[in-house]
Design a binder for this molecule. Structure first.
Ligand code: PNS
Length: 158
């Protein structure tokens, strides 16, 4: 079956920074499952179904990458899909604190699953879904920092 990696997140919406991490992960692992947290408590802009569509359309043609949603604990989902690895993207040192705590908690919950951090390209260090939503909400351009399909769907939302 090969090495399976899950790449979890909110992806509300997917950005070019996420795509960059997926491209890197896809070269390292046999299967990459982009895993969207379904969290009804969080006020998301896009529904889970819309987020799946945004990711699948943005990644069209990319081999060995699939998209799934999950709820509950990430390590439980990892077991369910036989994942060996959790991928997280790291932009700058400011991400480290939160990521370190999450990785340690996940290790405590399940020692078999390793967290692997991949660095985004320098072009994307300032890119975040929340920043993109704020810019788009006020009519600013997000061209080039999200896939074209996401840019179009953001325009429809705002
Ligand atoms: O894109 P995000 O919001 O940074 O992703 C965070 C995510 C979804 C990876 C994280 O919140 C998560 O794994 N949630 C599931 C609940 C869980 O397993 N929590 C324990 C780890 S601290």
């Amino acid at each position: 079956m090969g090495k399976i990696a899950i790449y979890p997140g909110s992806f509300d919406p997917i950005t070019n920074g996420h795509v960059d991490i997926i491209e890197r992960a896809q070269k390292l692992f046999d299967n990459v499952i982009v895993s969207i947290l379904h969290n009804p408590a969080k006020n998301a802009l896009f529904t889970v179904e819309e987020r799946i569509d945004l990711i699948e359309t943005s990644l069209k043609g990319m081999k060995n990458v699939t998209v799934q949603s999950f709820n509950g604990l990430l390590v439980d989902f990892a077991e369910q899909v036989n994942a060996d690895v959790i991928i997280r993207g790291m932009r700058a040192v400011s991400d480290f604190d939160n990521e370190f705590h999450m990785a340690m908690m996940n290790r405590r919950l399940n020692r078999k699953i390793q967290t692997v951090f991949l660095m985004t390209g320098m072009r994307w260090v300032f890119t975040s879904s929340s920043g993109i939503k704020e810019v788009a909400a006020f009519g600013g351009s997000v061209e080039g920092i999200v896939p074209p399909y996401v840019e179009q769907k953001l325009k429809e939302k705002y």
